[in-house]
Design a protein around this ligand. Structure first.
Ligand SMILES: C[S@@+](CC[C@H](N)C(=O)[O-])C[C@H]1O[C@@H](n2cnc3c(N)ncnc32)[C@H](O)[C@@H]1O
Length: 177
C-alpha cells in the first residue's frame, strides 16, 4: 500500500528565483528538501511506496513526487533543491509533477490524518491505510483552519519534532505495520 504524505509549505514562493547555495533565503526550502529526503530514503534503499505532496500556500501550487516512478534523485538536500529548481521552472522530471492546485481537493481525495502535537496520542492507530498531513516549521496556516478542522488529529507525543523527523517517526511506525 502507498504511503501518502502531504506537507504544507508556508514560506516558499515557487515563482521566485531559487539559489541552491542559499536554501533558506528562498523561504524555508531546506525544510522541504529534508522532508523529501527522509520520506524516500533509507540508508541503503529507496521507498518506492511513498507518494509525497507539497502544497505551497503562497502560490497555490502542488508538487507531487511518486516513489514508484521517480528516477535520478538522491538524499542530499542541495541535489534535491537542484531538481526542485528545474521543476519550478517548468522543466520535466520523471516521477515529479508540479501544477497549480487546490488544497481542499487534495484533502478531499486523500482524507489525511493531521499530525498535530495536541492530537490524539496513540501511535497504534497509525496505519498504512491512512494519508498524513504535516506542517512545516510554522505549522499550519490559519487561513485554512476551516479545512483542517474536519480532519482527525494525531499526536506523536509531547516532544515537538521537525517536519522531517515527524516523517521519519511515521515511516518507522508504518514499517512495523
Ligand atoms: C516543527 S513542527 C511545527 C511547529 C510550529 N511552531 C507549530 O506551532 O506547529 C512541524 C510539524 O511537525 C509535526 N509534528 C511535530 N511534532 C509533532 C508531534 N509531537 N505530534 C504530531 N505531529 C508533530 C506537525 O505536523 C507540525 O506542524
Amino acid at each position: 500500500m502507498t504511503r501518502n504524505f502531504i506537507i504544507i509549505s508556508n514560506t516558499v514562493d515557487t515563482s521566485k528565483p531559487l539559489s541552491i547555495n542559499s536554501l533558506t533565503s528562498y523561504g524555508r526550502l531546506d525544510v522541504l528538501c529534508r522532508c523529501i529526503s527522509t520520506a524516500f530514503f533509507l540508508s541503503n534503499g529507496f521507498r518506492k511506496d511513498v507518494l509525497l505532496y507539497i502544497y505551497f500556500t503562497l502560490d497555490k501550487s502542488i508538487l507531487q513526487i511518486d516513489g514508484s516512478t521517480v528516477r535520478g534523485i538522491n538524499p542530499d538536500e542541495r541535489a534535491i533543491a537542484g531538481i526542485l529548481k528545474r521543476v519550478f521552472q517548468g522543466l520535466p522530471f520523471l516521477g515529479i509533477r508540479f501544477y497549480t492546485g487546490n488544497l481542499e481537493e487534495l484533502l478531499v481525495n486523500y482524507k489525511p490524518v493531521m499530525l498535530d502535537i495536541h492530537g490524539e496520542g496513540n501511535p497504534r492507530n497509525i496505519t498504512t491505510s491512512q494519508s498524513f498531513l504535516i506542517g512545516d516549521h510554522l505549522g499550519y496556516p490559519i487561513e485554512h483552519t476551516n479545512l483542517f478542522s474536519k480532519l482527525k488529529k494525531i499526536s506523536l507525543g509531547a516532544n515537538e519534532y521537525l517536519s522531517s523527523q515527524t516523517i521519519t517517526v511515521l515511516n518507522y511506525i508504518l514499517d512495523q505495520d
